[in-house]
Structure formats: structure tokens, C-alpha cells
Write a protein that binds this ligand. Structure first.
Ligand code: DX5
Ligand code: ZN
Length: 217
């Protein structure tokens, strides 16, 4: 079962309540929230206050992608703000295992993200404990970049490892996903698709969501 995850980064914050309502109406299951600290990535985005504030307007699963250093410092606070899936970058923490344990203890699902240059071998020991693995298909930090097709090799590797070891994680792709590139992601075996600029460039979100669904089917 695949899931679409619109990236809030590309939304129009002036009409955010209406945009969330449209996504709910279209039965979009996940909302992807990119948290950036200007250190782990060169860009800044929004933080806890925004997560907490929009939580009351939608029932979508909050898939929070933290591009911050020392994500373990904020696990409890993101849980309290209404996060369902807490995803951090493997390079951002000194103790990934302890971070995963803390995320689960706080009642959230645990996910790890890998940048384009990060091999899957970096997270191999933790795969059995993850609910999701995020394969970046652009360099993290900005929306609107070009999709990196070569990252599909990592998606395929994750599918193979899941089969061989009976792991349970979902495989998410993030960056440059549109109605053309999404087919390659689905074919490689990804099942959670983040889409930012492609989805929100058209204010008719319902129609835009449908183009992605059509492209997958
Ligand atoms: C990039 C973020 C993405 C971004 C995707 O660092 O992780 O989630 O919003 O945006 P698009 O779909 O425009 O590439
Ligand atoms: Zn993201």
C-alpha cells in the first residue's frame, strides 16, 4: 500500500488551513514536515510551534523529517507537538541506536534518512528496528531540486535487505518527486512518496494529487 506525503515546506502558509483541509478531503494519508536548523543543512525552516499549531487542523499522519544536529535533544518535544513519525539523519547524532529507542519510548515511529552520498551500510545494524527508511533523492535543504535517479539503487537494496531479513520498514523517497519521477520510485520499490513543489505549484491540490496517483497506477 503506497502513501503520498505532501511536503509542508512548499505549502502556502497564508492559506495553510484550507490547504490542509483539501489534502484531508483528498484522503492523503501523510503530511511531511521538514525541520531545518541552518547547521545540518544550510537552510532554516519552521519548528515545534508550527507543528503544534497545525496539528489541530488535520488528522494526517505527521511525518517529521529533522535536518538538525543532535535530534535526540528534541524527541520528547516533537512527540508532545503531535509527531507520529520521527525521522533523523544518521550523521546528525552520535548514538543512533539510543535515539531510535528514545523515539519509540515516546510512542512515535522511528525512521532514519540517508543523504545521496550516504550508503545503506551506514544504517545496516538498525534496519530491524526501523519503521521507515528515507532515501533522499536530492541533497537535503531545499525544495524544487532535480530528482536523482541513481538513488533508486539504494531503494532496491533496501527492498532486498527487507526480504532477506524479514524486516518491516516502509521506504520513503524525498526530493524532486513529480508525476514523471514517481513511477521510477514505485518501480524500484518505494512506497511513501514525498512531494513538495510539484504538488503545491497548482492551487488545485485535489487535481495535483490525482496526477500523482494516476502516475503510480
Ligand atoms: C528537502 C526536503 C524535502 C523537500 C522536497 O530537504 O527534505 O522534503 O520539501 O521538495 P520537492 O518535492 O520540491 O523536491
Ligand atoms: Zn523532507
Amino acid at each position: 500500500m503506497y502513501k503520498l506525503a505532501p511536503s509542508l515546506l512548499a505549502a502556502d502558509f497564508g492559506i495553510i488551513k484550507e490547504q490542509l483541509a483539501k489534502l484531508d478531503e483528498a484522503k492523503v494519508p501523510y503530511l511531511h514536515l521538514d525541520i531545518m536548523d541552518g547547521v545540518f543543512v544550510p537552510n532554516l525552516s519552521f519548528g515545534l510551534a508550527v507543528v503544534e499549531s497545525i496539528r489541530k487542523y488535520t488528522k494526517m499522519v505527521f511525518d517529521v523529517h529533522l535536518m538538525i544536529i543532535e535530534p535526540e535533544r528534541y524527541v520528547e518535544q516533537f512527540a508532545k507537538a503531535g509527531t507520529d513519525i520521527f525521522c533523523f539523519h544518521i550523521e546528525a547524532t552520535k548514538d543512533a541506536k539510543a535515539t531510535v529507542d528514545k523515539i519509540k519510548k515516546c510512542g512515535m515511529k522511528a525512521a532514519i534518512a540517508v543523504k545521496p552520498a550516504t550508503p545503506i551500510s551506514e544504517i545496516k545494524d538498525l534496519l530491524g528496528e526501523l519503521d521507515m527508511v528515507l532515501v533522499m533523492t536530492v541533497e537535503p535543504g531545499f525544495g524544487g531540486q532535480k530528482f536523482m535517479e541513481d538513488q533508486m539503487e539504494k531503494v532496491k537494496e533496501l527492498v532486498k535487505l527487507r526480504e532477506e531479513n524479514n524486516y518491516k520498514y516502509d521506504i520513503e523517497v524525498d526530493g524532486g518527486v513529480d508525476n514523471k519521477t514517481i513511477a521510477a520510485c514505485a518501480k524500484a520499490g518505494a512506497n511513501v512518496f514525498v512531494a513538495g513543489s510539484y504538488l503545491f505549484k497548482n492551487h488545485d491540490l485535489t487535481a495535483q494529487v490525482q496526477t500523482l496517483r494516476d502516475a503510480i497506477d
